[in-house]
Write a protein that binds this ligand. Structure first.
Ligand code: NAP
Length: 259
């Protein structure tokens, strides 16, 4: 299937590691031009160099997205480089364990890590998206629907993101801009591994989680998330908007008892 993404410009937040890296690589495989906005520099610069060697653009933009000013600068940097934006993928986020005990200041910081930059990046990219009749894909979490315990800020952020998906799909329909969200549940990434390593017996817990995933009892791969994201931004999904799509091996919605 030709996804029609050759030379389309995609801004991916948090594209240096984990799911974001998978998304960046899937877009590049389709011939898109990528602006990767990430806080740490090492992996992003390495990706940029790797694809430059192949004659492809994976332009690295350093920014801590918790700063709304940095979100504006990052979007401008993408425009300076490419002159247009066809899609924004709001992927950056962290399950930071800010619970009900942590207090309002920590809660607001968690919203800044997980939700406010989604608004800010999309806001600053809006004129460019209107010009291209582009699309937005957000990366949510099953936690918005299932809860997890001990992570109020993250749960509220990802719930807010689902709300914005519906809200923006309506707001932007007249501009021909589509907005969708992809929900991972259990994807093996640096973030996931770090979280699991805080548990008393990580390998036993990993095996237990795998047993709860109905389809093939395994973690979803970052490539499986990425391919759905790429499809949703492409003209091949031209009448899909406001959707919250679970790429999770059936984890969130099916009976998760051992089979
Ligand atoms: P990850 O492995 O930690 O990668 C996240 C990337 O985003 C890192 O490169 C990180 O940069 C970057 N990033 C995070 N906050 C940033 C900020 N404020 N400014 C700039 N860059 C920032 O995480 P992941 O597991 O791939 O998660 C990606 C998304 O999927 C997140 O939104 C997460 O909530 C969601 N998700 C993941 C899972 C899962 O199973 N892994 C499940 C549900 C939802 P640094 O290198 O600077 O840290």
């Amino acid at each position: 299937m030709d996804l029609g993404l050759v030379d389309k410009v995609v801004v991916v937040t948090g594209g240096s590691k984990g799911i974001g890296e998978g998304i960046v690589r899937s877009f590049l495989a389709e011939g898109a031009l990528v602006a990767n906005v990430n806080r740490s520099e090492g992996e992003g610069r390495a990706l940029e160099a790797e694809y430059a060697d192949r004659g492809q653009e994976c332009h690295f933009i350093q920014a801590d997205l918790c700063d709304a000013g940095a979100c504006a600068t990052a979007v401008q940097a993408a425009l300076d480089r490419f002159g247009r934006i066809d899609a924004v993928v709001n992927n950056a986020g962290v399950n930071d364990g800010v619970d009900l005990e942590a207090g309002p200041e920590e809660f607001v910081k968690s919203l800044e890590r997980n939700l406010v930059h989604v608004y800010a990046v999309t806001h600053y990219a809006l004129d460019a998206l209107r010009a291209s009749r582009g699309s937005v894909v957000n990366i949510g979490s099953k936690v918005a629907e299932t809860g997890q315990g001990g992570t109020s800020g993250y749960a509220a952020s990802k719930g807010g993101l689902n709300g914005l998906t519906r809200e923006w799909a309506l707001d932007l329909a007249a501009d021909g801009i589509r907005v969708n969200t992809v929900i991972p549940a259990e994807v093996w990434t640096p973030l996931y591994e770090n979280w699991l390593n805080t548990m008393p017996n990580p390998s036993e817990m990993r095996a237990g989680i795998e047993q709860l995933i109905p389809l093939e009892h395994r973690f979803t791969t970052k490539e499986e998330i990425a391919d759905t994201v790429v499809f949703l931004t492409s003209p091949r999904s031209s009448h899909t908007t406001g959707q919250i799509i679970y790429v999770d091996g059936g984890y969130t919605h099916f009976d998760r008892k051992y089979r």
